[in-house]
Write a protein that binds this ligand. Structure first.
Ligand code: ZN
Length: 369
């Protein structure tokens, strides 16, 4: 309680009430009149400018009486907002999907050009979120991809309903993306090096982690251990899937223990965090691999920056939760541009497996010969 004295409060209130009464009773003061004159002068200037620009039938309309402040201002505002709406309408009329706006620099980009550049903004190099299948095609050797565990399907254990039943949402996402869940899992090769690959697709319910995603990460880790292959994971996710409640949170522990087991068995894992990687995914399997890579400018964090700023009531440092910021803090090991991803991964795969992989490659070649 800041003001415990009721008398003081009353006084303050009565003072507040008294203030607006002054201009009503008293004639207009000098300062008020001069302010009104200044406003009128500005308005006249704006009218003249408007008339010069448009030269419409109402351009030379008679000025309003001095007292009519509100009706005078309104037509001007309407005209301005109308032009603004017209501009928006024009934007909306553009052919759907031909152009899009860069979410980092705001530049309008021709969609075809963006796709040719691997969904990297030609103006600012912002790395757009890639659909899972495109990522796989970009990273793996042609025709080396063999999908695994595609038959693991979502079960609505909690019978979760918000506006739409949870399972309806999943089915809709299945139809839209042509895949059964947010995680695509399988085997393939990167510049001739065989790997187990897991890719989180943001376009499937925000790449959120439910039971299926957790199970598939665990299965991928087990497959990597059984076949003695390195595991490469790409993440872009909004975090745990709220429709599965605590069951989705349990996947954090499950995926972490699966990766720990892989490490215990002498396995090797690399995670590439892509824009955006947040929530329970950042806080579990994305952060515990042997190497943590990130794409330039990727947003990586647990809670979003706005939530943190509001909770702490503090201004956040520039570049907060971006890949470059996290590299400086030691959260990630290296930032890799999309164009260099294949080559860098190939080098890191050799590095991780050490002499054994070279031996294996030699043996493989010898066997072929
Ligand atoms: Zn850009």
């Amino acid at each position: 309680m800041r003001n415990p004295d009721p008398a003081k409060t009353e006084r303050a209130e009565s003072a507040r009430e008294a203030k607006p009464a002054e201009p009503q009773g008293a004639p207009p003061q000098v300062s008020a009149r001069s302010a009104a004159e200044a406003r009128e002068a500005l308005r006249a200037a704006a009218r003249a400018e408007h008339a010069a620009q448009h030269q419409g039938p109402n351009a030379g309309a008679a000025p309003e009486p001095a007292g009519g402040e509100a009706p005078e201002v309104r037509p001007q505002e309407t005209t301005l907002s109308e032009t603004r709406f017209a501009r928006l309408r024009k934007k909306k009329d553009m052919p759907e999907g031909l152009w899009l706006k860069c979410e980092s620099c705001g530049q309008m980009i021709y969609r075809k050009e963006l796709e040719e550049k691997g969904r990297v903004c030609p103006a600012c190099e912002f790395h757009f979120t890639l659909p899972g299948r495109e990522r796989i095609a970009m990273v793996l050797d042609p025709d080396s991809w063999q999908e695994r565990f595609a038959d693991v399907r979502t079960v609505d254990r909690l019978k979760f309903h918000d506006q739409v039943p949870y399972l309806d949402k999943v089915r809709k996402a299945e139809l839209r993306t042509g895949q059964s869940e947010a995680l695509l899992c399988g085997t393939g090769a990167i510049e001739g090096r065989p790997v187990v690959l897991a890719v989180l697709d943001f376009s499937f319910l925000g790449g959120s982690m439910g039971e299926v995603v957790g199970e598939k990460i665990a299965l991928a880790a087990e497959l990597a251990a059984a076949r003695k292959l390195p595991l490469v994971i790409f993440t872009s996710s909004g975090g745990a899937r709220m429709h599965e409640g605590v069951l989705s949170l349990m996947q954090m522990a499950k995926t972490c223990s699966a990766l720990a087991e892989l490490a215990d068995k002498g396995g090797y894992s690399i995670c590439v965090m892509c824009h955006p990687t947040t929530g329970g995914v950042t806080a579990s399997f994305a952060s515990v691999c042997d190497l943590t890579l990130a794409e330039p400018g990727a947003l990586i964090g647990f809670a979003g920056p706005r939530v943190i700023a509001t909770t702490l009531k503090q201004e956040l440092p520039a570049g907060f939760q971006r890949a470059e910021f996290l590299l400086a803090k030691g959260q990630i090991d290296v930032i890799v541009r999309r164009a260099d991803m294949r080559g860098t991964l190939a080098r890191l795969l050799d590095y991780g497996r050490g002499p054994r992989v070279k031996h294996d490659v030699r043996r493989g070649r010898a066997a072929k010969e």
